[in-house]
Design a protein around this ligand. Structure first.
Ligand code: ADQ
Ligand SMILES: OC[C@H]1O[C@H](O[C@H]2[C@H](O)[C@@H](O)[C@@H](O[C@H]3[C@H](O)[C@@H](O)[C@@H](O)O[C@@H]3CO)O[C@@H]2CO)[C@H](O)[C@@H](O)[C@@H]1O
Length: 610
């Protein structure tokens, strides 16, 4: 009996089990891998060698008769329960809640991290009676403002991620049934008066969840996540998390090695409130200086204010944002850094470009489109999908007319006002345009006017309409993204995956993700002053749109379509970069992950959709 081929089998506390065959094994179904592993162990006489600090090392003894084959078979690692405990906290988590890209990121990045062997939880408010999330029966009492509030936790397990929903009337009673539009205020542009209390509650609840929720969602992880965790706080609403952690939990000896990453999805929203409101947050005075902020604006009060995002940046262990170019822009000066540039220059900020959810946005399986396609069939399929889109919005159905799409929140950021002014300059071409968005009322009105002004050429739909968003992404020939600023942008990623060529402003993540002449068209950067539309930007939009239209039905555009579709735009790459950053924080027990596939098929998933 010879040979000892090495295989290591590492397990961790709570019998957490995850696994990995390094080397050439590319088997996708994890269940098969485990079965194989069990068989291997039996057939080849695996023996437990020693146990040390929760780690088990197993040595394989192969049969002499099959020495070579066995040696080959076992020169791979089987790693169980590797990785980190990662907790994402945010106000939106798609598909349960979403007003825009923040929801998409909390929907898509966590499953990608889980696929790599990490134990992952998201914590977001329970705005609605989600059909697939059940009451955990765990209740905590939290001090919010000057009251004690009882908070419940709901839970479901999807795509390898524990989805936790914080249940309290501050969320459910306000937003119930209107998840898409009323998360932050009664109408776009208007905030709920008690948002500070709502988000203080969210942050405190998020600090309780990993310690008290006994989650046994799959056979590899069980029990509470514990205290050796890394929190990822997203945008201003979650800025208090680092503050409570540092001043309340750590002094009590809790969360000793836990760390907080603060991720900026949009620096335009900072959470600026009256300075006296600091008292509402139940934080020690020592933190006041981190919130202290003076600006020249009268809203919500004149002069001195508290700034939640400023505190989030200063009190977290690491600051990230959603693209490298946006990270550069944020520290470049006051206009792009929106008066937090100097703070960010001190703390530093790293940009990791977003990925996209390739399950939700897949031209081969998209449930909202009539014809499914991939790169090999796009040329034949696109005209058909386009015709259904034209019919859907009531435009003349003609596959020979190039269609331009726009999707976005109607805020100055997205430049829908620039687009509306540019339309007269290119609408004389052979073209149709479809604009989908909700937000500020005057901008919604501008959209609704389009059909009246250009009945055979343009449609504006002022609704939050996910099926139509999919149809536009799939059926349009070009997608226009005329943003004044854009931290990353997901629209252009979705579009490229469907062979819809992006025409983008040269800002933020649009610079990082769209290569001029290769995967799209760059329009140059726009004036970030939002009060008025800069005529130069209108000209840039019209000029670039005309150049793009000139490529319609040419081999050059066909090549660009192929270039777009050939890219891996999934969360896989970004998830690896996130992992590197999180590992560098050195939370106890953190280990690198693996190159994994989503572990959903193995999980005790509840399959109802929200
Ligand atoms: N009317 C409508 N109907 C249906 N769907 C609609 C819609 N309006 C928008 N959407 C959807 O909302 C998402 C918007 O994503 P973006 O990244 O463009 O936006 P947003 O600015 O909200 O996010 C911020 O956060 C993300 C994530 O980090 C950054 O990419 C981005 O630059 C930053 O501004 C897309 O999935 C889009 O389809
Ligand atoms: O996913 C979409 C975006 O969602 C978040 O943005 C919201 C923002 O955080 C909220 O504060 C609010 O913004 C309003 C702002 O508070 C108010 O003073 C006024 O300026 O109007 C704003 C718009 O209503 O709503 C935003 C969503 O519309 C998230 O922070 C962003 O990163 C996401 O892009």
């Amino acid at each position: 009996m010879a040979t000892v081929a090495a295989s290591s089998f590492v397990s961790r506390r709570n019998s957490h089990v995850n696994h990995h065959y390094a080397g050439s094994d590319t088997t996708k179904a994890l269940q098969m891998k485990i079965e194989l592993m069990k068989q291997d162990m039996t057939q080849n006489g695996l023996r437990l060698l020693h146990k040390k600090d929760h780690e088990f090392h197993i040595k394989t003894i192969t049969k002499a008769t099959n020495k070579q084959a066995s040696r080959k078979k076992f020169t791979r690692d089987i790693v169980c329960a590797i990785g980190m405990n990662i907790i994402f906290v945010g106000t939106e988590v798609s598909p349960w809640s979403k007003t825009g890209g923040l929801g998409d990121v909390l929907g898509g990045l966590p499953p990608a991290m889980a696929a790599n062997g990490h134990r992952v939880m998201t914590i977001a408010p329970r705005y609605d009676q989600y059909k697939d999330a059940w009451d955990t029966d765990v209740v905590v009492e939290l001090k919010v403002g000057d009251k004690l509030e009882k908070v419940h936790f709901f839970h479901c397990y999807k795509r390898g991620v524990d989805r936790v929903f914080v249940d309290h009337p501050l969320f459910l009673e306000k937003v119930w049934g209107k998840t898409k539009s009323k998360i932050y205020g009664p109408i776009a542009g208007e905030d709920y008066q008690d948002n500070q209390l709502r988000f203080s509650l969210l942050c405190q609840a998020a600090l309780e969840a990993p310690r008290i929720l006994n989650l046994n969602s799959n056979e590899y992880f069980s029990g509470p996540f514990g205290e050796d965790v890394v929190f990822i706080a997203n945008d201003w609403h979650t800025a208090l998390l680092a503050c409570y952690l540092k001043t309340i939990y750590k002094p009590k000896g809790m969360y000793k090695t836990a760390k907080v990453v603060f991720c900026i999805h949009n620096i335009a929203y900072q959470g600026r409130f009256a300075f006296t409101d600091f008292a509402l947050l139940n934080l020690p005075d020592v933190l006041k200086s981190s919130f202290d902020f003076i600006d020249g604006y009268d809203k919500p009060v004149k002069g001195r204010k508290i700034n939640w995002m400023k505190a989030g940046i200063l009190e977290s262990d690491r600051v990230l944002t959603v693209s490298p170019y946006y990270a550069e822009e944020l520290v470049s000066g006051e206009d792009k850094g929106v008066e937090l540039d100097s703070i960010l220059r001190k703390t530093g900020i790293t940009g990791i470009v977003n990925g996209m959810d390739v399950q939700e946005w897949n031209p081969l399986t998209d449930k909202y489109t009539s014809v499914k396609f991939d790169a090999s069939t796009v040329t034949d399929a696109k005209p058909l999908v386009k015709e259904s889109l034209q019919a859907e919005v009531g435009l003349p159905v003609d596959k020979n007319i190039p269609v331009i799409g726009f999707i976005g929140r109607l805020e100055e950021q997205k430049g829908s006002d620039i687009l509306v002014e540019a339309i007269p300059q290119f609408i004389g071409e052979n073209v149709q345009i479809i604009v989908l968005g909700t937000g500020k009322k005057p901008m919604e009105k501008q959209l609704e006017q389009l059909e009246i002004l250009y009945p055979d050429k343009a449609r504006g739909v002022a609704k939050f309409n996910v099926p139509l968003a999919h149809m536009i992404i799939a059926g349009a020939d070009f997608i226009l993204v005329p943003s004044r600023f854009e931290p990353c942008g997901l629209i252009q990623l979705h579009a490229m995956r469907y062979g819809t060529v992006p025409i983008v402003a040269s800002t933020g993540g649009l610079v990082d993700t769209v290569k001029e002449g290769y995967t799209g068209f760059q329009m140059g950067s726009f004036n970030v002053e939002c009060e008025a539309v800069d005529p130069a930007d209108v000209t840039a939009v019209a000029k670039t749109v005309k150049s793009a239209l000139a490529t319609y039905d040419t081999p050059a555009l066909a090549e660009m379509i192929q270039n777009c579709m050939a890219q891996d735009l999934s969360w896989k790459g970004p998830a690896k970069r996130w992992e590197e950053v999180l590992l560098s924080l050195e939370v106890a027990g953190s280990k690198p992950g693996i190159e994994g596939e989503e572990i959903a098929p193995l999980a005790k998933e509840n399959i109802a959709t929200p």
